[in-house]
Design a protein around this ligand. Structure first.
Ligand code: NAD
Ligand code: DAU
Length: 353
């Protein structure tokens, strides 16, 4: 990679993108960052308000599917690399409205690939298209085994199918047109700024408000949890040192069944809120399962750890505690985004269960 870069980061008003941007904007003052985000319900400029005054950072409100806009940005900012995070990211919403996922995750990604290919005109030295993807493309594991970079794709929800499709297009542009790319597939993230439709922030918010905690099915589904800042450091390492054309799995080596995780969360919340033991756990309510619910995800991140000397730095209990503190200290952030359309989503999603 060249020493100076003009990087188009997509979706960086969202959860993970905001942490990636914060890390990289301050670490690389000689790079220029352009954040293209259409600000869906999940995009929130409050997540990156501290970056607004940075001289190497520009925000553009717009859609990754907008070919004219993306072309203009490549030309105006002489884009040398893309870090592509923009996506529709919630499995439950993909079950309700698959087309939105195909539009952004598939067509939006192909639009970015097309513009990059055309703008770079085959002069690929120092260029990179970094596609941020998910472990869900590999499908669902039984009780044992881990996803490696060579595990066959077996996506089982509209969300994971749209992400798998976008991964295939990225590889196809590499193979067919020589576009330099790298892909990472990461496990479940948690941390500050995550939209409260996802398990951990939803349950933190419900505990604060003493609302029921809706556990899908029997709660024996397993996820591998990674603190979001560890994902950001992995993306930084892969962007700079990852081998072109390669895939890197990112994970926390940190598997929890939903129920065990929820009990730990309840225990920490009882302590922090100075409530009686078990008072949060008493809010647990078993609700109808997610259709097609993937049983278990678990990542083998050996390649990343060995090649790029990366490892998760945040212990789960510590990360969960820091995350809870952030939500407790940022009740205004939560109040702002849980008003309006979020209420309608919540009613629709949970009253029918
Ligand atoms: P998020 O939903 O919090 O944020 C997505 C961002 O993309 C939002 O700011 C939204 O406004 C923006 N966006 C959506 N559609 C857009 C469009 N058409 N044009 C421009 N911007 C658009 O998502 P997240 O959890 O931060 O995930 C970021 C990426 O990481 C996604 O690609 C997701 O698939 C991947 N990922 C997420 C996790 C996780 O646990 N959250 C794990 C692995 C991979
Ligand atoms: O594995 C990476 C993926 O992790 C990312 O690609 C996705 O963008 C991200 O949303 C996440 O997907 P999950 O479906 O695993 O995350 P979610 O937080 O929605 O759910 C985690 C688990 O908790 C899952 O087994 C479903 C369950 N769950 C979730 C919600 C919202 C419940 O039991 N009740 C709930 O209300």
């Amino acid at each position: 990679m060249t020493s100076s870069q003009n990087i188009l980061v997509t979706g960086a008003a969202g959860f993970i993108g905001s942490h990636v941007l914060r890390l990289m904007v301050s670490k690389y003052p000689n790079y220029k960052f352009v954040n293209l985000d259409v600000l869906t319900y999940a995009g929130n400029l409050e997540n990156i308000v501290d970056l607004e005054s940075k001289p190497n950072y520009t925000f553009v409100k717009g859609d990754i599917c907008d070919e004219t806009l993306v072309k203009t940005l490549f030309e105006e900012h002489q884009i040398t690399s893309v870090i592509h995070l923009a996506a529709e990211s919630h499995v439950d919403r993909s079950i309700e409205d698959p087309m939105a996922f195909i539009q952004t995750n598939v067509l939006g990604t192909v639009n970015l690939l097309n513009v990059a290919k055309e703008y770079w005109k085959g002069v690929f030295d120092g260029k990179l298209f970094y596609h941020v993807s998910t472990d869900e493309v590999y499908g669902s594991l039984g009780k044992t085994g881990l996803f490696t970079e060579t595990t066959s794709y077996d996506p089982r929800s509209p969300y994971s199918s749209s992400k798998a499709s976008s991964d295939h297009f990225v590889r196809a542009y590499g193979n067919t047109y020589g576009l330099p790319f790298v892909i990472s597939n990461c496990s479940n993230n948690y941390g500050p700024n995550q939209f409260p439709e996802k398990l951990i922030p939803l349950f933190i918010n419900n505990i604060v408000e003493e609302k029921s905690l809706p556990v899908y099915g029997d709660g024996q589904y397993t996820r591998d949890w990674l603190y979001v800042i560890d994902h950001a450091t992995a993306i930084d390492a892969i962007f700079h040192e990852g081998r072109e054309g390669e895939t890197y799995n990112i994970g926390g080596l940190n598997e929890w069944t939903n129920l065990d995780l929820i009990h730990l969360l309840c225990e920490i919340m009882d302590e922090k809120l100075d409530r009686k033991k078990e008072s949060s756990a008493s809010l647990i309510t078993y609700v109808k399962d997610r259709p097609g619910h993937d049983k278990r995800y678990a990542i083998d991140a050996t390649k990343l750890c060995n090649e790029l000397d990366w490892k998760p730095s945040v212990d789960f209990r510590e990360g969960l505690s820091k995350t809870i503190d952030w939500y407790l200290e940022n009740s205004k952030w939560m109040a702002n985004i849980t008003s309006g359309s979020y209420q309608a989503y919540y009613e629709k999603q949970y009253t029918k269960r």
